[in-house]
Ligand binder design. Structure first.
Ligand code: FBP
Length: 340
């Protein structure tokens, strides 16, 4: 890659495919379709204050959450783009009760399924803070040529083929991981292409930032308080107290944690004994990305990627980020936090 030469995500995925002689290019083309969906959602997000896309839609989703107009727009955009894609047999979304299988011949013969959170950080949409789209790609376990089944969407994270997110922040970026590497692409508006800007991302082993909604701390266990006190206590040698940062969009808090180091925690608590964040389209894709970048992810007792899902919208506690910081947190919370 010559310095200064822009490498588009399309070029990059094609170059990567060449490294795997058995590759058919289907996964790369699916990633490109997700990039296209990201560009269309980005266009709406960037002018959210002008069009009629801010505010609530009036409906609620399967989690009982009020859906925002942009949630619906992003959801429909992804469903339609992946439906027209030649490489997706079906989808599951945070906004849909059940999975959707695409039954046209092309889709039914596709070997991949996609799960997504179409717009993560809904509470930040109307206040112009960073939001994102999260996606996870599995090779289906059901028979090709037939409609995909629920089993295709209830696979452990360790079976992911690829996962990523698109962050609509100060710039728009797409970050995705395969089993071998994590790469980031920034949208170059003048050519409308995601271009390689963060090659081979590595999550620093240590960090100086902890990220948690401490407003919930009255509901935390003693062990969790033990770790928070550890983060806030003075220890110059170890660079503590850490700084606290919490944007309230998982995509934005995880993007910072991935590139700068740190730890992001959404623990179980008295009102959410299984945690808040969803395993299949929030925690597993982020866990796959951070682990591929050398970071660590647990639910309090074990690696989140080893959990065998039983429900599409199940939740899990999550401790994710710099390897050494997550290991330290585990020293405090192991056992008590594990509810899965
Ligand atoms: P959705 O917006 O997709 O429902 O995601 C959940 C989420 O907004 C995460 O992005 C974020 O990390 C978390 O919930 C914030 O929760 P809380 O407001 O309880 O801290």
């Amino acid at each position: 890659m010559q310095s200064g030469k822009l490498v588009t995500m399309d070029e990059f995925t094609i170059q990567e495919t060449r490294k795997f002689p058995q590759a058919t290019g289907e996964l790369s083309s699916l990633l490109r379709d997700l990039g296209l969906a990201g560009k269309i959602i980005n266009k709406q997000v960037r002018k959210a204050g002008l069009g009629d896309v801010l505010g609530k839609h009036g409906a609620t989703n399967v989690q009982g959450e009020e859906q925002m107009k942009l949630d619906i727009f992003a959801n429909e955009t992804l469903i339609n783009i992946l439906k027209n894609s030649t490489d997706c047999a079906g989808i599951a979304s945070e906004e849909n009760d059940d999975h959707l299988s695409y039954e046209d011949t092309f889709s039914a013969n596709s070997k991949y399924v996609v799960l997504f959170d179409p717009l993560d950080g809904s509470s930040n949409i109307d206040v112009n803070a960073p939001i994102g789209t999260i996606f996870a790609i599995y090779r289906r376990v059901s028979e090709l040529g037939k409609p995909c089944t629920e089993a295709d969407f209830l696979q452990p994270g360790s079976r992911l083929m690829a996962a990523g997110y698109i962050i609509y922040g100060s710039s728009t970026m797409m970050v995705y991981a395969t089993k071998v590497s994590v790469n980031g692409f920034t949208l170059e508006p003048s050519i409308g292409e995601f271009c390689l800007s963060h090659p081979n991302i590595k999550c620093p082993e240590d960090g100086k930032i902890y990220s948690i909604n401490q407003g919930n701390s009255i509901k935390y266990t003693q062990e969790m308080h033990g770790y928070l006190n550890y983060c806030m206590e003075e220890n110059k040698e170890e660079g503590r107290p850490y700084s606290q940062r919490y944007i309230g969009s998982m995509v934005a808090d995880l993007h910072r944690t991935l590139v700068k180091g740190g730890i992001f925690i959404y623990p179980a608590d008295k009102s959410a004994p299984k945690g808040k964040l969803r395993l299949q389209y929030e925690c597993n894709p982020m866990a796959f990305i951070v682990e591929a970048a050398g970071g660590k992810v647990v639910c309090g007792k074990r690696n989140i990627l080893d959990i065998q899902p039983t429900e599409l919208h199940q939740r899990t506690p999550i401790f994710i980020g710099s390897k050494n910081m997550v290991s330290k947190a585990l020293e405090f919370v192991r056992e008590k936090e594990a509810v899965v």
